[in-house]
Design a protein around this ligand. Structure first.
Ligand code: PMP
Ligand code: GLU
Length: 398
């Protein structure tokens, strides 16, 4: 069957593929430790589940306006005021089927063939492919471990060309957990102020998961003059353990929001009505569970970093937020065991899956082949069991 050319330009999402593989192995009876998946392991809080049930019983089960119900847009605006100190109206908000869908709609609304999109690496797996799907060209800007995986203003300046349309910034980052503080953001903002045609996608999906008492800040908060060209992507998946509900949102310039809503009107229509009502409760209701989840991640972060420090040859910059670590395992490249030859991150991930029954995502999927991504959204017990198995397996490599 002849498929559209765009299909050959994209790959399936590596993170979702590893998760599927780990779950299949689990179903077949193998006791896999799944460091692969990027989702909190807690259940959606009860008050949110109850709000969903209530909405079903109240018959809130029909089409809603394409871009989301006003009550949810209101809750988004209130959240933007409370957490960002920024004022937006309903016309500045589009509610989509997850943050991923919000990004997809944004790219479809903004990008044309020939447009370049600057993506600092390591990057979340979906950015380059979504840019490709919009017909534009991803420009990957490599950030090194030596630079703490953060983009510097001079790197950004050097990458901007007359074709640059969009710059994607994800803080705290998936996969490195790195966060851009006020000084970092100010440096990048100064560059962007000099390039009026460059728009900014600020993917803030992990903004509630910050460690070490860090305060939330993004580029639009640091430099108000960039606000009209900054598009904020966020959602309830990570902050409220609602990955399956599929609600995310896009906030920004009303004209672009209208265009992105038009894209959505011709693809999914509205996001699920029930999930929207549940998300109203998530954003407006008691926020205590967000802090509780943050404390839990802090403990696990320490455990994972301690265990990584015990692995010979492995280095790992400390994450500042989210629930990922992105350690460098390249010291193991060139080694062999029982038919496995480790030449790259994908070989190592396959080896760990088969020999240690541990699922991790190869760094190549995030644009950095020396590393592996491990999510620590797992119980302390599972983390320890997983690292015991990794330690044993690595010792077999010679
Ligand atoms: N951005 C980043 C960086 C992510 O890790 C994710 C998680 N999949 C998303 C966006 C989208 O999440 P969701 O579609 O579940 O809201
Ligand atoms: N963001 C998560 C991850 O990176 C979920 C999977 C996905 O949407 O790619 O693992």
């Amino acid at each position: 069957m002849r498929l559209a050319q765009r299909i050959s330009r994209i790959k399936p999402s590596a993170t979702l593929a590893i998760n599927t593989k780990a779950k299949e192995l689990k179903r077949s009876g193998v006791n896999v430790v799944n460091f692969g998946v990027g989702e909190p392991d807690c259940d959606t809080p009860e008050s949110i589940r109850e709000a969903a049930v209530k909405s079903i019983c109240a018959g809130q089960t029909r089409y809603t306006p394409v871009g989301g119900i006003d009550e949810l847009k209101d809750a988004v605006c209130r959240t933007m005021k409370a957490d960002y100190g920024l004022s937006y109206g309903l016309e500045n908000v589009l509610v989509s089927c997850g943050g991923k869908h919000a990004l997809y709609n944004l790219f479809q609304a903004l990008l044309d063939p020939g447009d370049e999109v600057i993506i600092p690496s390591p990057f979340w797996v979906s950015y380059p492919d979504m840019v490709e799907l919009a017909g534009a060209t991803p420009v990957i800007l490599r950030c090194t471990e030596e630079n703490d995986f953060r983009l510097t203003p001079s790197d950004l300046e050097a990458a901007i060309t007359p074709k640059t349309r969009l710059f994607i910034l994800n803080s705290p980052s998936n996969p490195t957990g790195k966060y851009y503080g006020e000084k970092d953001l100010k440096g990048l903002a100064d560059v962007l102020l000099r390039h009026e045609n460059v728009l900014i996608a600020s993917d803030d999906i992990y903004y509630r998961i910050l460690s070490g008492g860090r305060k939330w800040i993004n580029i639009g908060m640091v430099e108000n003059r960039l606000l009209d060209r900054t598009f904020i992507v966020n959602g309830v998946s990570k902050s409220y353990c609602m990955t399956g509900w599929r609600i995310g949102y896009l906030v920004g310039n009303a004209e672009v929001i209208k265009a992105a809503t038009k894209v959505q009107s011709q693809s999914t229509s509205n996001p699920t009505s029930i999930s929207q009502w549940a998300s109203v409760e998530a954003l407006n209701g008691d926020q205590a569970h967000v802090a509780k989840m943050g404390q839990l991640f802090e403990v696990r972060r320490r455990l994972v970093l301690d265990r990584l420090a015990r692995l010979p040859g492995v280095t790992c910059p400390e994450p500042d937020g989210a629930f990922y670590v992105f350690p460098n395992f390249s010291a193991y490249f060139g080694r062999k065991y029982n038919g496995h030859e480790i030449k790259c991150s994908a070989d190592l991930a396959d080896f760990l899956m088969e020999v240690a029954h541990v699922a991790v995502v190869p760094g190549v999927a995030f644009g950095e082949d020396k590393c592996l991504r491990l999510s620590y959204a797992l119980s302390g017990e599972e983390i320890s069991r997983g690292f015991d198995a990794i330690e044993l397996a690595l010792k077999k490599l010679s």
